[in-house]
Write a protein that binds this ligand. Sequence first.
Ligand code: PLP
Length: 375
Amino acid sequence: MEHYLDNSATTKVSKAAAEKALELMCENYGNASSLHSLGIKAEAELENARRKIAKVLGCESDEIYFTSGGTESNNTAIFGAVKALKRRGNKIVTTSVEHSSVLEAMNELENQGFEVIYLSPDENGIITAEKIKDAVDNKTILVSIMTANNETGSINDISKIQKIVANNNSPALIHTDAVQAFGKINIKAKKTGVDLITISAHKIHGPKGIGALYIKKGKRITPMHFGGEQEKKVRPGTEALPLIGAFGVAVSELEIEKNYEKVSAINSYAKIKLSEIKEVSFNSKDNALPYIMNISVKGIRSETMLHYLAQNEIYVSSGSACSKGKPSHVLKAMGIDKDTADSSIRISFSKFNTKEDIDILAKYIRQGLETLVKK
Ligand code: PLP
């Protein structure tokens, strides 16, 4: 029996979401732009999904723009904001622990001549208010700081960051990559006050290849793609309705508080069980998102342990799934030494995990230690 503990890489799609996708591919398959009845039905589905997402994100429906996922939302937000505001300044503030879809976009902006400031986190993986205050000024046009980190689960206080930037006399648009946090903690767009929020469906039991960008009403970003009138020209192209409909269903099935409690209990149990193994240390801090637990198993390289566990149908990640095999820039930025970082694995939970998954994980980490160290 498989034990899937890699839910921050992706999640199993809910049956109801998959059924909605099938319906929107094979029965209600119209183009939302068509004027006939099939098109009108498709448009109703599109707007229904948009409403569901807006409700959870605490915003208006017309502030939600569908994209192909977190990567595209991040790129659209970052390049779109910078292009829209480039006459106001040349400076961008982000962190050294962002997902590659933000860091690589920043790298490209540096190549184009923008000044990018990478704030490093404290030992808890958090970006402090002081650092932001010092970095942001009246030439800063974009601040992009993730809500929850994908490797460690560290959570930033995005509302506080928004207030600091707003008080610093800066024209900056504020973006947060909330891919790992959306649907797991309550993020309300209006309450946080930020301008741009990235979310993705496949981390919350929706399908891969669909996400959304929240753009606060009244804020303008320059589109990166050109074509039809879809998504108010911010993201033209025929909408991926089967994926969008499934995203809507996945969002309507969210039970944020209930699942948070359930996953917190699993996380606590894992902490107890894994603490009994003397070679295990914890890289995620107590204030992290309970869905993510980053540990190191002393003496065993990440990939070696990952493959050992996978042979026994236990699925975890080494650091971030997107930085296959590369040393973790996140753990390094948190001041974790190289040997510990090289032996880190990310365990990430969903509502489907049980104590049994943890018992089996602990058993095979022990067994792995015995087998692999001897080799
Ligand atoms: N941002 C974060 C924090 C992520 O964890 C991921 C995926 O792992 C992404 C962005 C990219 O999202 P997508 O896979 O939908 O492109």
